[in-house]
Design a binder for this molecule. Structure first.
Ligand SMILES: Cc1cc2nc3c(=O)[nH]c(=O)nc-3n(C[C@H](O)[C@H](O)[C@H](O)COP(=O)(O)OP(=O)(O)OC[C@H]3O[C@@H](n4cnc5c(N)ncnc54)[C@H](O)[C@@H]3O)c2cc1C
Ligand code: FES
Length: 269
């Protein structure tokens, strides 16, 4: 559904990340973790295309939703400058979500950068159902980490990895997030029936998929490539499908077939 939302709050989190809280977003009440929106401010023709963002969480009671954004290019920098009262056009909820959290499974959530958004929401939903999750969160340096207190409120076990070792509190390790995941998995994962859910930059997700595969663990990835329409019309978000998976199509489309995919079904770019 395409609708106009109004910005309630633009909360800065660090050097370039911020959370947009949107009001008038009741149309997103049924959204689930992993789904996304196409977002655009009222900035004329440049940039023309809306930008894709995972939903950080929705609050059906007051018709609000939150989006975690990292300023990267022109569109996200314009979003960073928005002040409360600004109108945004929102298309969503879009895409296929992660499966529901369920008892008897240990969900290993592996996040890099703003890939934290759908996984933090997933951890919150799991927490509401009395389930706990393991959350692995990687960044280059401590100042890029955000929403740590919100992660803690989910009761999730937090495993932070910074490449420069600048975050040593709360069990932080030096290295990539896969180092923290490997330390958990080896010699044997402590929780029953481990499943990996990951979202972040493609090189990180590739390494996570390899590690999961080496341990024979099911793995779901949520891809964050470029999207122009978000609804399967432009065919710009094609992602190669693995031939052996039994499908007849050579490509899937991240916006309608994903963004959440079984890692065994796709070839990450
Ligand atoms: C499913 C999904 C979820 C995401 N979730 C988040 C999130 O939670 N937080 C976050 O910060 N970022 C998220 N991203 C990434 C976010 O969409 C990009 O960071 C954002 O689009 C960058 O926009 P920009 O204008 O700042 O950067 P620019 O580099 O200026 O623009 C990049 C964008 O331009 C558009 N574009 C430019 N050229 C083309 C072209 N030839 N064809 C098609 N499209 C084109 C695309 O929309 C592309 O994404 C997500 C992306 C996807 C696909
Ligand atoms: S973004 Fe247009 S088809 Fe997927």
């Amino acid at each position: 559904m395409l609708f106009a939302a109004s910005l309630v709050e633009n909360r800065p989190l660090g050097p370039s990340s911020f959370v947009l809280r949107l009001g008038g977003a009741r149309a997103l009440s049924s959204a689930r973790p992993g789904q996304f929106v196409m977002l655009r401010g009222q900035w004329g023709r440049d940039p023309l295309l809306p930008r894709a963002f995972s939903i950080l969480r929705v609050s059906p009671q007051d018709g609000e939703c939150e989006i975690l954004v990292k300023a990267m290019g022109r569109g996200t920098r314009l979003l960073a400058e928005l002040v409360p009262g600004a109108t945004l056009s929102v298309l969503g909820p879009l895409g296929r979500p992660f499966p529901e959290p369920q008892a008897g499974r240990t969900d290993l959530l592996v996040a890099g950068g703003v890939g934290l958004a759908p996984l933090l929401w997933y951890a919150e939903v799991a927490h509401e159902r009395g389930l706990t999750t393991e959350l692995f969160y990687g960044a280059r340096t401590a100042t890029e980490l955000c929403l740590l207190d919100e992660i803690e409120r989910t009761g999730s076990s937090l495993h932070v990895a910074t490449e420069d070792g600048s975050f040593q509190g709360r069990g932080g390790v030096t290295g990539r997030v896969t180092a923290a995941l490997r330390a958990y998995l080896e010699p044997a994962a402590p929780g029953p029936n481990p499943h990996v859910l990951t979202c972040g930059p493609n090189p990180m997700m590739k390494a996570v998929v390899q590690l999961a595969s080496a341990h024979h663990l099911p793995c779901l990835v949520s891809v964050e490539g470029e999207m122009a329409c978000g609804i399967g019309a432009c065919l710009g978000c094609a992602i190669p499908l693995v031939a052996e998976a039994g499908g007849t199509r050579p490509f899937g489309y991240a916006c309608v077939d994903g963004p959440v995919f079984d890692a065994a079904r796709i070839v990450l770019p």
